[in-house]
Design a binder for this molecule. Structure first.
Ligand SMILES: C[S@@+](CC[C@H](N)C(=O)[O-])C[C@H]1O[C@@H](n2cnc3c(N)ncnc32)[C@H](O)[C@@H]1O
Length: 271
């Protein structure tokens, strides 16, 4: 069974059952313009629901890693086997320095996997000069992906178009009855909510508005579109013409029926 090779902030594993229930019955191409860890792509592949796909993201290191897994899995496996860094802060910091010194791409991809498994919460964050700066994560046994896992992911990516780009062009290229699953950095529910950590990457209100426009244009061409986002007033306003469902109740309805736990995410479809 395929599963993501990376931990990724905003990873969709928990939400998958709600998303899967709402996937269109049939579609042509699968398009995912904010692919991140790719939980949804791998799930749909496991189910045999994907015939062709385009995956993209603005994170160039992530896209380079997927391209290398697709095209040079053996080289990546060799490179991973040659990583001597162990699970301690000193080695981790050395690996991070090497990653930031722009080594050969296959080595960089292998280091990205090491860093993702050893850093705090599997985060990917860069400073103002574009250097990866997440601290050491202190995990007991972070592990490495097996040869078989990498080969399996590589096979799943054969014939998949993998692009490093902004979401807009990819959504614009989607055709009638393609299925586009959109998982952008969430709009913050409040100034203090933990979601704000996503928007520090530059995905503010203007970006949410630009995305909603792209959603609407593609919708008018008969593309199947689905977006996940926070349950905030801006998101409800932007997608008010579409079908909005609450998902992921933090607590289910309690026994005397009085209180509901907070429901704080929405899934929106145009079908
Ligand atoms: C919520 S995460 C996606 C999580 C993913 N669905 C998963 O399951 O792991 C959002 C992603 O959007 C990407 N991103 C941010 N701004 C973008 C933009 N303008 N165009 C495309 N991707 C962007 C980030 O690099 C990040 O991978």
């Amino acid at each position: 069974m395929l599963s993501p090779i990376l931990k990724w902030a905003g990873g969709k594993r928990r939400l998958l059952p709600s998303i899967i229930e709402r996937v269109p019955n049939s579609f042509n191409k699968y398009v995912e313009p904010f692919v991140g860890g790719g939980a949804m792509f791998f799930e749909l592949k496991n189910r045999g629901w994907i015939t062709s796909a385009t995956l993209s993201d603005l994170n160039s290191d992530l896209i380079s890693l997927y391209t290398i897994i697709r095209d040079k899995p053996e080289e990546l496996i060799d490179s991973l086997e040659n990583i001597d860094y162990k699970n301690n802060r000193e080695d981790y910091n050395s690996a991070r320095d090497e990653f930031n010194s722009n080594p050969f791409p296959v080595r960089k991809a292998a280091l990205m996997i090491y860093l993702n498994r050893h850093c705090f919460n599997g985060l990917y964050r860069v400073n103002s000069s574009g250097k990866f700066n997440v601290p050491f994560g202190k995990y007991k046994s972070p592990g490495v992906p097996s040869r078989e896992q990498i080969m399996e992911i590589s096979r799943s990516l054969k014939n998949v178009e993998i692009k490093h780009c902004d979401f807009e062009s990819v959504i614009r290229e989607a055709k009638h009855e393609d299925y586009v699953y959109i998982d952008p950095p969430y709009h913050p529910i409040s100034e203090t909510s933990f979601f704000t950590s996503y928007s520090s990457g530059g995905f503010g209100e203007q970006e949410q508005r630009r995305l909603a426009k792209a959603f609407m244009s593609a919708s008018s061409l008969g593309v199947f579109l689905m977006i996940s986002n926070s349950d905030s007033s801006l998101i409800r306003e932007l997608y008010s013409d579409f079908n909005i469902s609450n998902v992921l109740a933090a607590r289910s309805i309690n026994s005397n029926g009085k209180g509901r736990g907070k429901i704080n995410e929405v899934l929106i479809t145009n079908y």
